[in-house]
Write a protein that binds this ligand. Structure first.
Ligand code: PLP
Length: 460
């Protein structure tokens, strides 16, 4: 119930949000971070400093409270200090912190618990490799697909974000991440992902006849083009950093069909969309497909170093024994946190995943009303609490709103105590991905702050 969630959401957060930031304590941390941290992380200037968790939100060192409409990039889906997670980690600390390469009951129990969340086709028919980051899971899935098929090429999609290591970066298309690091893993190809709001062929779905699906089928099946050497197709169930895109169902269904016919491994990346926020535990369940491999991380480990590749049982004997081990993987603390997270997410009393579906529809309806009276807010899309909002300077031409004004909107949200993030190929898509434990009242307050911020920038 909303009353129960209120205790987890923002236990003592005022509904009228105003912050004065950055305060002197935050500025001092930023100064030190600037000197001590690698410049390859996003610039620390002008960024929020987090000091302590407040249920679904957080406070900064100056005592300001922030409503978190981003869940730390879709990570803290059950908030940042859920009492059940705190209890699990405290208890495990006393017993065993890390298994350091030995078999730990916590890893086995987590694998079994994960299995219980799998849809038909993977449930009781899969096993899991455990890693420590989303990038590492992608890297591993690519290696495994090559070993299983004996082929070399990997097909991915425009707009994809799969991580920053050599292989995972090769299948990612963010130029600011790729520049200066090439040549990346050879043998990768990118095909169009159905970003229907800005169609590459200037067509409308469904009148386009699902051109992206047709083109993918063509590229994966035409002889003498390298199609016979494709080891894997890697695709986000719902494209995340590329713009919070909910693809038409036939797109993933076509990929499934073609991969099956051609013996290609279909890797579904659930690192950001997985874990319940779309209204189903795994986002690909919306489209009625079963992957051969599924990568997951973020919300499952709740920011502890934990990720995984869940792999269909029929490939077990094709994987080289003992070939992919990481020091620090299968950490006992990460394992018990993941188990607590899964228990909270699947608890039938709160039904956080079912609730995400319902609340998401309510929020989209509210946002569409706001959009109708706004110059900048155009399409509102997504499923559950995975919502994308297009900001444009011209609704007819769908011109992406420039970085300066998007930045000003996000800054104005922060000065009202609300953290919101953008994404997308043009940086002009707002993504709403709050913790699933956030009360309706706080979600509405977040949207109100966003609408105020947009209206102010429109007026400037
Ligand atoms: N895959 C997807 C879909 C992601 O969104 C991300 C991170 O944002 C990754 C992979 C990489 O995960 P990590 O940052 O844990 O390496």
């Amino acid at each position: 119930s909303e009353e129960h969630l209120a205790a987890l959401s923002y236990p003592s957060m005022p509904m009228v949000l105003t912050n004065s930031m950055p305060g002197p304590a935050s500025a001092a941390v930023i100064d030190r971070a600037h000197k001590a941290q690698s410049p390859t992380r996003p610039s620390v200037r002008g960024r929020l400093v987090i000091d302590s968790a407040m249920g679904a939100g957080f406070t900064d060192p100056d005592g300001n409270v922030f409503l978190d409409m981003s869940a730390g990039v879709a990570v803290s889906s059950v908030g940042r200090n859920h009492p059940k997670v705190v209890a699990a980690i405290r208890e495990q600390c006393e017993k065993l912190m890390h298994s350091a390469g030995l078999v730990s009951e916590t890893t086995v129990a987590l694998a079994e618990k994960l299995n219980a969340t799998m849809p038909a086709g993977l449930k009781d028919e899969s096993f899991t490799w455990f890693g420590m980051s989303g990038s590492g899971a992608i890297e591993t899935a690519i290696k495994f697909a090559k070993a299983i098929t004996g082929r070399n090429q990997i097909v991915a999609f425009e707009g994809a974000y799969h991580g920053v290591f050599h292989g995972s970066l090769a299948v990612t298309t963010r130029e600011n991440f790729r520049a200066q690091f090439g040549p990346l893993m050879p043998g990768t190809m990118h095909l169009p992902y159905p970003y229907c709001y800005r169609c590459f062929a200037d067509l409308k779905h469904p009148e386009c006849g699902s051109l992206c699906s047709k083109y993918a089928r063509y590229k994966l099946t035409t002889p003498n083009t390298g199609a016979d050497d494709v080891a894997a197709v890697i695709v986000e169930s719902m494209q995340a950093d590329g713009g919070y895109i909910d693809p038409p169902p036939e797109f993933l269904q076509t990929l499934r069909e073609v991969c099956t016919a051609k013996g290609i491994i279909l890797i579904i990346d659930e690192v950001q969309a997985g874990g319940g926020r779309t209204g189903k535990m795994w986002a690909h369940e919306h489209y009625g497909i079963v992957p051969d491999m599924m990568t997951w991380a973020k919300a499952i480990g709740g920011d502890l170093p934990l990720s995984g590749v869940t792999i269909h049982e029929r490939f077990r004997d094709k994987l080289p024994l003992g070939s992919q081990v990481l020091t620090g993987a299968e950490n006992a603390l990460a394992n018990v946190v993941a188990m607590a997270n899964l228990d909270i997410l699947t608890d039938p009393d709160d039904d956080l995943i079912g609730r995400a579906a319902v609340v998401g529809e309510e929020l989209k309806a509210e946002l569409r009303e706001i959009a109708a009276n706004s110059h900048f807010i155009d399409e509102v899309r997504g499923r559950g609490l995975f919502i994308g909002i297009e900001l444009v300077s011209d609704k007819d031409k769908r011109t992406p709103l420039d970085a300066k004004r998007v930045g000003a909107i996000l800054q104005k949200c922060e000065s009202q105590g609300v953290r919101i993030m953008s994404c997308g190929r043009y940086g002009s898509t707002i993504r709403l991905m709050p913790p699933l434990t956030t009360t309706r009242a706080h979600l509405r307050a977040g949207i109100k702050a966003f609408a105020n911020a947009v209206a102010e920038v429109e007026a400037e």
